[in-house]
Design a binder for this molecule. Structure first.
Ligand code: ATP
Length: 365
């Protein structure tokens, strides 16, 4: 399964440059998710790899092959589209077979590949049906099947689950993940859905404004966001990002908020020695707070703030506490949240080692 790399990629449409000197590489068998808001350039990047768009400059490698100027069908990859792109007049069997039309394989090999893909995707009973007689989830399985029969080393997915309802999306997520674990192709998968990214990816490239804001494992991206964009984009409810000023006293570094609250940053691991008064943004994940009747031993910060409102979804609850003229979002036990009343003061402790600190000027971690 080949490595895929983008080297110094530039893509312009007329006078507008969408991608400017973009570099990115994934190893064999990686599941790379290109994640970012609408318009960030992720589909453009995928289409450049697929050969559906031409680069303005730079090079794309698949394994040892420079595929930059190759036809899509000569690149050794398969693609699954959001719209399924099935032939409505062909049966499921015909659609799967069509994926191999240009391959000149022996008939027995074709049959064997179709049978194997149909079994894996559990669409054997549907082989004689036409796409119009299938549900959305079944159609997407056929579209994935058509990619699998090619036995390509690289499979591209362009938002394949966006047309499915929430329950089917969850099911298909697991299916695609299982397929990847079994067959281990190199996958490049485009989505704006962070749950898809976090659950399926081995590597995530978070994109914004045509730039890769961070590249790393899901844990790295979630645990150590590289900048304010990534911090705000990954996580729901979103990370609380609040301005503060550093207070440095010898080895002891704290950050003070406008509200008068202070958080002890301990040995945060600053790249440079921090200066007192430096403007920072402190990032606090909602799930790290502990709403405590008893103080948490050695907490980095303890807040006593009025409850504004709670949101309960059954399995989860979020409490919003007034913090100056803003709110702090906290994950809380839904059973406890049922007993909260608006206006009551809650004590919320924040543990050590969990705060994120960003330079307020550059936005960088
Ligand atoms: P979405 O999730 O909405 O599909 P995306 O991150 O995939 O967004 P792209 O489709 O890659 O974004 O588009 C990136 C930028 O390039 C957008 O600003 C878009 O308007 C622009 N763009 C894309 N295709 C063209 C084109 N053919 N001509 C001109 N501009 C284009």
């Amino acid at each position: 399964m080949p490595r895929v790399s983008f080297e110094h990629i530039v893509k312009s449409f007329g006078a507008v440059t969408i991608l400017d000197d973009l570099n990115l590489a994934v190893e064999d068998g990686d599941f790379l998710v290109l994640l970012g808001p609408s318009g960030c350039g992720k589909t453009t990047l995928l289409n450049l790899l697929a050969g559906l768009l031409e680069v303005s400059d730079g090079r794309i490698m698949i394994g040892e092959r420079d595929v930059t100027d190759l036809d899509p069908r000569d690149r050794g990859l398969a693609m699954v589209f959001q719209s399924y792109a099935l032939y409505p007049t062909k049966t499921v069997y015909g659609n799967l077979k069509f994926g191999l039309a240009a391959s000149r394989l022996e008939r027995a090999e074709v049959e064997q590949r179709i049978a194997a893909a149909a079994r894996l995707l559990q669409i054997e009973p549907l082989l004689a049906r036409k796409p119009g007689q299938l549900s959305g989830g079944q159609r997407q399985r056929v579209a994935i099947g058509r990619a699998l029969v090619k036995q390509a080393g690289v499979i591209l997915f362009d938002e394949p689950l966006s047309n499915l309802d929430a329950k089917l999306r969850t099911e298909m997520r697991l299916e695609i993940k299982k397929l990847h674990d079994t067959l281990k192709p190199t996958v490049v998968y485009v989505t704006h859905d962070q749950i898809e990214a976090m659950t399926m990816a081995t590597k995530i490239a978070v994109m914004d404004g045509g730039l890769i804001q961070q590249f790393g494992t899901p844990d790295e991206i979630y645990g150590k966001p590289a900048n304010l964009f990534v911090a705000g984009f990954i996580g729901a409810p979103a990370m609380n990002l609040r301005p503060a000023r550093l207070q440095v006293d010898g080895h002891c570094v704290k950050a003070g908020f406008d509200t008068g609250d202070v958080i002890d940053l301990g040995d945060y691991g600053f790249a440079q020695r921090p200066e007192s008064g430096a403007e920072v943004v402190i990032g606090l994940r909602p799930e790290h707070f502990v709403v405590a009747d008893q103080p948490v031993a050695n907490a980095a910060a303890s807040f006593e703030l009025p409850l504004r409102h709670t949101e309960r979804t059954g399995s989860d609850a979020t409490a919003y506490l007034g913090f100056g003229d803003q709110l702090l979002a906290l994950r809380v036990d839904p059973d406890r949240a049922a007993g909260f009343s608006a206006g009551e003061k809650l004590r919320a402790d924040f543990p050590r080692g969990k705060a994120n600190v960003f330079d307020a000027r550059t936005g960088r971690r």
